[in-house]
Design a protein around this ligand. Sequence first.
Ligand SMILES: Nc1ncnc2c1ncn2[C@@H]1O[C@H](COP(=O)(O)OP(=O)(O)O)[C@@H](O)[C@H]1O
Ligand SMILES: [Mg+2]
Length: 254
Amino acid sequence: MTTSALRVSELTKDFGGLRAVDGISFHVDEGEFVGLIGPNGCGKTTTFNCISGMLELTSGRIEVLGQDATGMRPDQIQSLGLTRTFQHTRLWRQMTVIENLLVPPRHQFAPNFLLSLLRPGSRNAEKKRLSDAYSLLDMLEVSHMAHNLASELSGGQSKLVDIGRTLMGSPRVLLLDEPVAGVAGPLAERIFQNLRALTSERNIGMLVIEHNMNFILRTGVDRVIVVDSGHVLMEGTPDEVRQNESVIEAYLGE
Ligand SMILES: Nc1ncnc2c1ncn2[C@@H]1O[C@H](COP(=O)(O)OP(=O)(O)O)[C@@H](O)[C@H]1O
Ligand SMILES: [Mg+2]
């Protein structure tokens, strides 16, 4: 049996008397592009917060690349190779876009980060980082903003830069929370095509929250996990989801 990039088993999260996540189970394989979809308030972001260690689980188990990550701190989970974005982006507003990509993510300041800059070969490494950063901005179609301050970006552009920043850390498991919310339709589709390609090229386990069912079904995801009231309503390929009666009832208004 191959190891999954991410495996969530019977995850439950209560906020006082409210059960936000109710025994959710699913997995994402390496190189697999999976959509997590469901109505507002059904527990998608809470699931991400539990997986990334920002919230304590009420019960359940999280495995990242075959390692038990249940109860770990966010920085420990990040060092296993898992990175996530937030529904509301967190950029350094007073830095330029390219600088935002070059700053190591908060949890990745290795103790020897400054020393590493003095090592022979570090100049080449820095050049490589810079060219990676520009290629990511190109892919996300925001390279024309590279030297603008992050505070000058529109909401949609901030989302794209945030995705770029996340990819700079070479994640092996990547969780994106509504990455194209506020991004115009045709660009959103191109971004998803690029994410699809990147998932395969870099063998990332990619899990993307999206609230628009019709959109996710035509973006080329491998699988869709449909969540309703904190549990998995169904999961399957886009075709299987399209034909599922309970999903049709809940979403497509039949
Ligand atoms: N920190 C929190 N404290 C209390 N309730 C919360 C908290 N975070 C989320 N909730 C509640 O949990 C439920 C699921 O929220 P959320 O996971 O954000 O949904 P989604 O991302 O699917 O829209 C909602 O009813 C929400 O109000
Ligand atoms: Mg949410």
